[in-house]
Design a protein around this ligand. Structure first.
Ligand SMILES: NC(=O)c1ccc[n+]([C@@H]2O[C@H](COP(=O)([O-])OP(=O)(O)OC[C@H]3O[C@@H](n4cnc5c(N)ncnc54)[C@H](O)[C@@H]3O)[C@@H](O)[C@H]2O)c1
Length: 327
């Protein structure tokens, strides 16, 4: 049976709910009074990602894999007509996908497409897919707009290829939204995971007084977007904010470019670390420049990034410090 909450609202399903973005999204939905069904197989970590809301009366957790038909059936039954599905479960590491391409395609592409079709059949209101900047490959010019990724674009990893194929299908289907997240950062991004984002790694190094490791010359750039802004984008795309879902493909980034070397120095200064940068060999599959044109999503929804890099680093650092103290 669908789990309509006390407000009578249809539920929101969040796959990858124990992960970095999924945890923030579930928290925001619950705070706004939406019942949430969260699904995660806990392959990327433990229950800590759900610590803030696990006991919330509007939250129900299904431990299982989106690759398991039984789990998917149960999840869809808990949704029902009018529900919204936010599909975030994935192998979120480019490097891991390069090392395990078949596994990457099975989960990041096939399972995402199967869920999209199943949500549509089940009468869901929408399906929001977590696409990626990696869909653009090593773009010849930046900033990239949505139309710059085409069937001819060469993605540098199975991760980017899978994300592109799902976004293209969802965006062209008339049901659902593919949001291409750029580099998301913020509290609760696990620095212990070997594949975790660069900001959490640099903060972790700075707090331990270690040198941040920069691959290549550090001139490669990224568009860093704060997790709270990404969550807001998900809510807008799904029509959670104003009841109007926006179908299609949209970039979610800031339009501000930061080099990895600049980032390493900014993080070091903020954390009060004097450790010099250590350079290491460039990594296969590393994009040189990544910068987003966010204007389409802004025009469709009024979304603007509210938190800049320096502003977002402060709560991220505070969270890392609190985590160190709790150990
Ligand atoms: N963090 C970023 O910068 C970024 C950028 C672009 C796109 N994305 C995408 O956004 C989504 C969320 O990213 P994140 O940073 O929160 O990643 P994350 O790795 O922190 O979270 C992913 C979650 O999915 C779960 N999961 C993995 N396989 C599963 C399966 N088979 N069934 C159920 N759960 C499974 C993991 O246990 C984990 O909790 C991913 O799809 C990722 O590719 C993230």
């Amino acid at each position: 049976m669908p789990t309509n909450g006390p407000t009578g609202r249809p539920p929101c399903l969040v796959t990858g709910v124990a992960g970095f973005i999924g945890g923030h999204l579930a928290q925001a939905l619950l705070d706004a009074g939406w019942p949430v069904v969260g699904v995660d197989d806990l392959s990327r970590g433990g229950l800590e990602g759900m610590a803030g809301f696990q006991e919330h009366p509007g939250f129900r957790f299904l431990r299982g894999s989106v690759l398991d038909p039984g789990c998917v059936r149960e999840m869809l039954a808990l949704g029902g007509a009018g529900a919204r599905l936010f599909h975030l479960a994935a192998i979120s590491s480019t490097q891991y996908c390069l090392e395990h391409p078949e596994q990457a395609m099975r989960l990041n592409r096939d399972a995402a497409l199967e869920l999209h079709a199943a949500a549509r059949r089940a009468g869901f209101a929408t399906y929001v897919f977590s696409g990626s900047a990696a869909e653009y490959g090593d773009a010849p010019r930046v900033p990239v707009a949505e139309g710059d990724a085409t069937g001819r674009t060469v993605q540098l990893s199975p991760y980017g290829a899978a994300k592109y194929q799902v976004s293209a299908r969802v965006g062209g289907s008339g049901f659902g939204t593919a949001l291409r997240f750029f580099n998301v950062f913020g509290p609760r991004q696990d620095p212990d995971n070997p594949y975790s984002g660069v900001i959490s790694k640099f903060l972790d190094a700075a707090l331990a007084g270690r040198s941040p490791v920069v691959h290549g010359d550090g001139g490669q750039s990224r568009d860093f977007v704060y997790v709270g802004d990404v969550v807001h984008a998900c809510l807008l795309a799904a029509g959670v904010v104003d009841g109007r879902a926006r179908f299609g493909i949209y970039n979610v980034g800031t339009g501000v470019e930061t080099t990895i070397l600049e980032l390493a120095r900014t993080v070091g200064a903020l954390a009060g670390s004097g450790a010099p940068v250590r350079f290491a060999p460039a990594r296969r599959g590393d994009i040189r420049r990544s910068l987003c044109d966010p204007s389409a999503f802004a025009a469709a929804t009024g979304w603007r990034p509210g938190v800049g890099l320096r502003q977002g680093l402060a709560p991220t650092l505070a969270w890392m410090r609190a985590r160190e103290r709790g150990r």
